[in-house]
Unconditional design. Sequence first.
Length: 618
Amino acid sequence: MFDVKYQLKILPDKPGVYIMKNSLGEVIYVGKAKVLKNRIRQYFQNSRNHTQKVKSMVKNIEEFEYIVTDSEIEALILECNLIKKYRPKYNILLKDDKHYPFIKITLNEDFPRVFVTRNIKKDGAKYFGPYTDSYAVYDTIELIKKIFPARTCNTNISNFKNKRPCLNYYIELCKAPCCGYISKEDYRKIIDNIIDLLSGKDKKIIKDLKKEMKEAAEKLEFEKAANLRDNIEAVTKVIEKQKIFISNFQNEDFIDSYNDDKDTCVQVFFLRNGKIVGREHFILENTMDLAKKEVLLNFIKEFYGGTAFIPKLIYLPELEDRELIEEWLTLKSENKVSVKVPLKGDKKNILKLVQKNAKVTLEQFKFKLINDKKIYENNMKQLADLLELDFIPHRIEGYDISNIQGVDSVGSMVVFEGGKPKNSDYRRFKIDTFNSPNDYDSIKEILNRRFSRGLNEIKEIQDERLKLGYGKFCVFPDVILVDGGKGQVNSALEVLKKLNINIPVCGMVKDDKHKTRGLIYKSKEIDISKYKNIMNLIAKIQDEAHRFAITYHRSLRNKRTFHSILDDIPYIGGTRKKALLKKFGSIENIKKATYDELISTESMNSKSAKSVINFFKK
């Protein structure tokens, strides 16, 4: 039994991280402290000065643990890692763990490639970004390829092994370095031009292109001159995608926020070499009890804790623990990072613009929220009228089955609340009971498992063995939608009747073109074609249930399909399996391979080579 009073007495007078847990042992909050003893005791003292959020959290704390660190910076690093791992309920969390696209130029290669990536590595390559508009990035890459034809393939061209160039050479999108058609020096000039263009040195490029176009025209090479003219226009389009803001800026992020009486919008402007390459906003809900500097501190830890790229300069209107955050960001990026609070000048003016955008975004978000709520309420009222219900539905659960002739049969459960998907409540079921494609029995199985567990959790809550809000199946829907017709509906109703649960069940039926046509309810088909919004919602639920089911089905099928006899050999893992198949081409050839041939294979050693030989001997 965890003794809170005793544990509070023995808290250390050192920096560290504390982890709060509920009755189920789930982590509900992670925090760091300069002095653990002082920080943790604050939670269990007089609650008069506590915010509503802290009061709610403390009520759910059944136990806590802590990890002592040597310094506050170690505590901060550990806190960020644990928040990322546990995603605790009472920490401020960003809903979107975004990985922004960058343009990568592989300068560590003899003939560098230019392509889009979302993963940044310390590999000697040059990265441009981040870009928040992925479509614009790919458009930029296509334009660059037309102007400066650099390769995008993964071909190893160190020895000029290719005898024939690929299609890109013939359509003038590559100079075929793989065939030795261009020297390293000339190819490097192309790459230098791309770097200049992405770095904002566009005036020089346009000047050189105009000079080359003029020379071609004077030599009566009109086709070449026309191509150069088109290239100048393409360069101009690339430039337009990067709005010039001010001339003397480096890689910088500008962050500010705006809050109303309930929520906060944090806005980030990404400036790279004096140009805005993108902006992004994040809505943080229920932040009414937090000061602005506390919100920004939590945002910084979440945002830069999950991104690979950190600029050298970050500007904010205010921030707690600024020096500590600078130290952490510097360690994380392996470059000196400065966090500054500008008091006047251009930087201050940009922050004002960022805050203005945050305010507009939050107002738009709230307006859309209110508008969507009204539309949804009207839709649900119409649905209630169609089904002759005496209540307005809020939570709808959709179910679907996916299999191929009964093999790898799975079921999906998707949840919509307020007209929107609630992904955290999605569930999937692996159906092992049946070996034939029997949708009726499969529906029975997954609904029986879902609602039996729900009833058990409700009983545990009533017996105080489970706290309200922590069950995974205890919240029941207002309406159940199953993919299919009368047979699927009757199967679902049979299960509910057996469990003594009364929930309306509808079948989602499709037409010959596989589009949602109507609902089966009480053995009759209801035409919903006149109710466009309801039809769109039902179609969305049906498509989502199908997508979630088929994704799980494919993952199971792929695991089964890609299982090889090599997986059963001791000391042969994924890397060695790929290396063996790459070298020998088939299982039959691996069986015939000698010890010397096996051990000379990449990643193989004596132990694994002997293991392969012994396995096939048996």
